[in-house]
Design a protein around this ligand. Structure first.
Ligand SMILES: [Zn+2]
Length: 255
């Protein structure tokens, strides 16, 4: 299986990264996409990616860190993409949820950085890994205006109508640990109605852990809990979930 979204480069894994990857292997998680989040950590992300053959690299400037991003970071991103050939541009997007990010000026800055990264991705013919909260309509508009090579809408949390617009634009939707919680009824219902061919699995570790490890650090080795939850929701064989979601990830990310 492929964990299509995991921040294995983060400090939270500094002590036991190799052990985590060993346990991933035992659990059938054989490929992990590691998206970068800011220029300050590009070097760390690339270093970790180069250390382990099961990792795939994505490079981008995350909207949560919008206060940190500088115009020259976009040039650095462009150069690093040419140099390291990541499989996608990400994690990029719009986050209009966090109170400290919702000032008009910061929304505007997020929109500018997102748009410029869409253009960079298009120039390099790369798919996208998109983070979005409370701004799906704005995101869909920009994707339609700028164009894209598709990709993944990470931790999708919008409406079924928005989901279908993303699918029409060549995206698949990432589902993670939230699916394992009974209280996530809206999300589980959404996963039920989205065709399996448009779904990929992700942990977003070290954040957003699964119900079985509530309160602990999340880890890519827990991907089978998400696979199991989706199998129950869709009343399908877990092996089919693993096979089809992996094929989907390979198709959209070109791996
Ligand atoms: Zn992330």
């Amino acid at each position: 299986m492929i964990d299509t979204h995991c921040h294995l480069d983060f400090q939270a894994f500094e002590q036991d990264r190799a052990a985590v990857l060993e346990r991933c292997k035992l659990n059938g998680v054989t490929q992990i996409v590691v998206p970068a989040v800011s220029a300050a950590t590009f070097k760390q992300t690339i270093k970790v990616y180069q250390q382990y053959s099961e990792l795939e690299l994505a490079l981008g400037l995350h909207p949560i860190f919008i206060n940190e991003h500088q115009p020259q970071d976009l040039n650095e991103l462009d150069e690093l993409i040419s140099q390291h050939k990541p499989i996608a541009v990400g994690e990029i997007g719009l986050d209009f949820f966090q109170a400290d990010l919702t000032g008009d000026e910061l929304k505007e800055k997020q929109t500018v950085f997102f748009t410029k990264q869409l253009i960079i991705a298009k120039q390099h013919k790369l798919p996208l890994i998109i983070h979005n909260r409370k701004a799906h309509d704005q995101c869909i508009d920009l994707l339609q205006q700028v164009g894209s090579h598709g990709g993944i809408i990470h931790a999708f949390n919008g409406s079924i109508q928005q989901a279908h617009k993303y699918l029409e634009l060549g995206f698949v939707l990432g589902f993670g640990g939230m699916l394992t919680f009974d209280r996530s009824s809206k999300l589980r219902d959404l996963a039920k109605h989205i065709p399996l061919e448009s779904i990929v699995l992700e942990t977003d570790a070290p954040d957003m852990t699964v119900a079985q490890h509530k309160g602990e650090r999340n880890s890519p080795e827990y991907l089978p809990f998400i696979q199991q939850a989706l199998a129950e929701i869709k009343q399908l064989d877990p092996d089919a979930i693993a096979r089809v979601t992996s094929e989907n990830a390979k198709r959209v990310l070109g791996i």
